[in-house]
Write a protein that binds this ligand. Structure first.
Ligand code: KIV
Ligand code: ZN
Length: 515
């Protein structure tokens, strides 16, 4: 087998965001997209443009911001979806429309209520329409792993003739078994007469924990694009994880024999960013990006690694970006050093005013916390952007009284639409009292679905990063806040969530609709 290239298609911002509770704001999507571009991901699926006004704007903003990766929008096989995707992608240097329709008997009969010939007709019409808007069109056969071979041959041949240059065969429900799923690729590639005019792509869900194994099997059987997400984020049990695919391709090049163009040193910082934005922490034993992924605890392993690293290590932690948490800056660092470190982290500032504010906050943080790490800078910049944009609720001050034997009490001040308001409440703990006091002001009628605290770095000086997930009438948002004081971080996160709820709009789900 000769060396060839594997296209890495990241769908963290689309399929990853479909994970319940993982919603991201436009600004967060742009930050993640910029990191993915820096990592040299080939295709970034930025969203599902027709799902909501917010999704449309996010796809458009990513299309404007990203220049070195193709930017993609999902679209069902329907005229309105395709036109909306085309509109959102108009500013892209390289744009792709990814259109799909279900092809399995069960989906065609019960979900679409369409005959197979109607499905082919719709697919061809959609691909042609998309080709009139962009040069690069991907077509997915939703639920391919439960579809019939003969039918797939017909529809694939027809959509390639209509102009699709990527054919994606998703294991939508995570039902595939590695050999069977891989053979589906080699059989289809051999049977479809014009298969050589398209790249075949794999897209696996992890319901049986087989998403990465299935993806690699597809690659061994002819797939040349893998669709995956950072941290394996995605609906239900998630999607195939980008970091595992990329590192498996690299570490087992002896058998897989394909290159990607990924710069793996950005993997860990990107994983952290996605975890903090979504509030889905990475489990410690997660491959590649888990805190313990490279920690050798047993004496025998440590001894072996010290004598000769490769006795127990198949990859180097620094190759996937684990050293980004080294001490980088302190309170004596100047503006140029701070700015250049931000730039290395892929963070650029829209205006001088934003950087000035970031620098002031850096100095304040450096006074409280002597060592500033990359993760601190990332959290700080989110805070700055929040404080400079105008929102309905603005956190001002917090005073908390916690004493053994007494009921905790919180006094909070929040500006609401420009008017300063104060409230006081008691609670079972400092955070509970704080949230109750904020609620006395906001009266939001929301339900708290998740509260989580993560130390951004190590030690008791570390900033705590809090995620608060609120829901209201089916809408779910994740607010985040960071501070060296976790009660203040909690108040900021709660207020961030209230603002997101006030600003967000209804969103459609691509696979729940009749088309
Ligand atoms: O899992 C799936 O089938 C999808 C398609 C829309 C590609 O996400
Ligand atoms: Zn999917």
């Amino acid at each position: 087998m000769s060396t060839d290239r594997l296209v890495i298609f990241d769908t963290t911002l689309r399929d990853g965001e479909q994970s319940p509770g993982a919603s991201m704001t436009k600004a967060e999507k742009i930050r993640i997209a910029k990191m993915l571009e820096k990592m040299r991901v080939d295709v970034i699926e930025a969203g599902f443009a027709i799902a909501s006004q917010g999704d449309f704007e996010s796809v458009k903003a990513v299309a404007e911001a990203v220049k070195d990766s193709t930017v993609c929008s999902l679209a069902r096989a329907a005229d309105a979806d395709i036109d909306r995707a085309g509109e959102a992608l108009a500013p892209a240097a390289a744009g792709r429309i990814h259109t799909f329709i279900a092809t399995s008997p069960i989906h065609m009969k019960y979900k679409l209520q369409m005959q197979p010939d109607q499905v082919i007709e719709r697919a061809v019409r959609s691909v042609k329409r998309a080709r009139n808007l962009v040069a690069d069109v991907e077509f997915s056969l939703e639920d391919a792993s439960r579809s019939e071979h003969e039918f797939m041959c017909r529809i694939i041949e027809a959509v390639i003739d209509a102009g699709a240059s990527t054919i994606n065969l998703p294991d939508t429900v995570g039902y595939g078994e590695p050999l069977e799923y891989g053979l589906m690729f080699s059989r289809l590639i051999a049977a479809v007469p014009n298969a050589d005019k398209a790249i075949f792509s794999t897209h696996c869900h992890n319901d049986l924990g087989l998403a990465v194994a299935n993806s690699l099997s597809a690659v061994r059987h002819g797939a040349r694009q893998v669709e995956c997400t950072i941290n394996g984020l995605g609906e239900r049990a998630g999607n195939a994880s980008l970091e595992e695919i990329v590192m498996a391709m690299r570490t087992r090049k002896d058998v897989l024999n394909l290159d990607t163009r990924i710069d793996a040193t950005h993997i860990v910082p990107t994983s952290r960013l996605v975890a903090s934005v979504t509030g889905f922490p990475v489990q410690p034993n997660k491959a590649i990006v888990g805190a313990n992924a490279f920690a050798h605890e047993s004496g025998i392993h440590q001894d072996g690694v010290l004598k000769h690293r490769e006795t127990y290590e198949i990859m180097r932690a620094e190759d996937v970006g684990w050293h980004s948490n080294k001490l980088v800056l302190g309170k004596h660092s100047g503006r140029a050093a701070v700015k250049s470190r931000f730039e290395e982290l892929g963070i650029s500032f829209e205006t001088q005013e934003v950087f000035n504010e970031a620098f002031v906050r850096f100095k304040t943080l450096a006074d409280k916390k002597h060592e500033i790490f990359d993760e601190d800078l990332q959290a700080l910049v989110s805070d700055v952007r929040e404080s400079l944009s105008s929102h309905q609720f603005q956190f001002e001050t917090l005073e908390v009284l916690c004493k053994t034997g007494q009921v905790p009490n919180a006094k909070v001040s929040v500006t609401v639409d420009g008017e300063l308001k104060h409230a006081e409440a008691e609670g079972s703990g400092a955070v509970d009292a704080t949230f109750k006091a904020i609620e006395k002001i906001a009266c939001s009628d929301t339900e708290l679905q998740l509260y989580s605290v993560n130390a951004i770095t190590q030690g008791t000086e570390a900033q705590g990063e809090v995620t608060v997930r609120l829901s209201k009438q089916g809408l779910i948002v994740n607010g985040t806040g960071a501070d060296t004081d976790i009660v203040i971080a909690s108040a900021k996160a709660y207020i961030d969530a209230l603002n997101l709820l006030a600003e967000d709009k209804h969103k459609e789900h691509p696979q729940r609709e009749g088309v």
